[in-house]
Design a protein around this ligand. Structure first.
Ligand code: FAD
Length: 309
């Protein structure tokens, strides 16, 4: 059995693997895809100390770094079920989709999250070419340009407020008849001179010229199609944690995020979690990497204290 078994090989999982291996722990990582969401990212300008990189490059660097250590990389596999140990110090089991079952004294859950998509024509085609999901990441690329934010919940309104300070103009589109964000955020939004709020506006198509986004079409409350010229669309209709397979084991919050304490511990002794799959706020690469390190150090701490049954 492993001392530490990490599920997920995005930034959080890669970092946890390196920290665990450096403690001399027998470490395994279930690596469906090294890099995780980073693989879907074009330009990255906020990975501190590297002014500019891109997703494939950073993902390859994460994998290469993990492979410099004695880590058992279980490639192209997904976990489908977690069997927590019957008592503290006991072995946890993780069933893979292949049918194999792995055992470990500690498990670090780092399965990340994915953004909910609009599912309209143009969205996939222009991803990273005007269609964006992360205002902290991609906002500065749209300096001085016109953008839309699809989604009128807290994340959509926060994104619109954030972007209004960077871009020329923001159009916020909300499908329903009113914004769902907290009132303080709505009040703030309405003070901004370069924001237009459209309610009962259903985004139906993202348009481009083959290279970049040039506009979007929405169906208004009048039932007619309307067109807006713009250079960017930020989709903010939800970040979904990849935790469906954990239901009934570790405690999740209402959004499906794994509830962790300040040490990355979950509700089950010996099971830790890190990164976008958890309640840790601000879903970012540097944060996931820090979180992975923290979870591995907590697993080490657990292993040196817990009696072996
Ligand atoms: P993830 O990166 O989501 O990795 C989780 C991994 O677990 C994935 O490989 C997934 O395939 C795997 N997995 C899921 N379920 C299972 C399972 N059951 N079994 C095994 N494996 C599983 N952040 C920045 O800091 N800067 C940016 O510029 C930036 N740009 C972004 C652009 C886009 C388009 C997107 C989508 C995100 C961006 N982010 C950016 C956010 C950043 O990518 C995430 O915060 C970060 O990748 C989270 O790391 P993670 O390891 O927690 O999860």
């Amino acid at each position: 059995p492993f001392d530490v078994l990490i599920i997920g090989s995005g930034p959080a999982g890669a970092s946890a693997a390196i920290y665990a291996a450096r403690k001399g722990l027998r470490t395994g990582i279930v690596a469906e895809r090294f890099g995780g969401q980073v693989m879907d990212t074009a330009g990255i300008e906020n990975f501190i100390s590297i002014p500019e990189t891109d997703g494939p490059k950073l993902s390859a660097a994460l994998e290469a770094h993990v492979r410099t250590y004695d880590v058992d990389v279980i490639s192209a596999q997904r976990a489908k079920e977690l069997f927590p140990a019957a008592q503290p110090g006991g072995l946890h089991g993780v069933a893979l989709e292949s049918g194999a079952i792995l055992h470990a004294r500690t498990v670090i859950l780092a399965t990340g999250a994915h953004w909910r998509h609009l599912g309209v024509p143009g969205e996939e085609e222009y991803r990273n070419k005007g269609v964006a999901y992360c205002p902290h990441c991609d906002g500065p690329f749209y300096k001085g340009k016109r953008v839309a934010v699809a989604g009128g919940g807290n994340s959509g309104v926060e994104a619109a407020i954030d972007l209004a300070g960077i871009v020329a103009h923001v159009t916020l589109l909300q499908r329903g008849s009113h914004l769902k964000a907290d009132k303080v955020l709505q009040d703030k939004l309405h003070t901004l001179p370069n924001v237009t709020v459209l309610t009962e506006a259903l985004t139906t198509r993202i348009e481009g010229n083959g290279r970049n986004v040039t506009g979007l079409t929405y169906r208004g409350g009048d039932g007619a199609d309307h067109h807006i010229d713009l250079e960017g669309v930020f989709v903010q209709i939800g970040l979904l944690p990849n935790t469906d397979w954990l239901k009934g084991t570790v405690k999740l919050n209402d959004f499906g995020e794994i509830i962790v304490n300040d040490h990355g511990a979950t509700s089950i002794p010996g099971i830790f979690a890190a990164g976008d799959a958890t309640t840790t706020p601000y879903k970012q690469i540097v944060i996931a990497i820090g979180d992975g390190a923290k979870a591995a150090l907590s697993a080490f701490d657990y292993l040196i204290r817990v009696p072996v049954p």
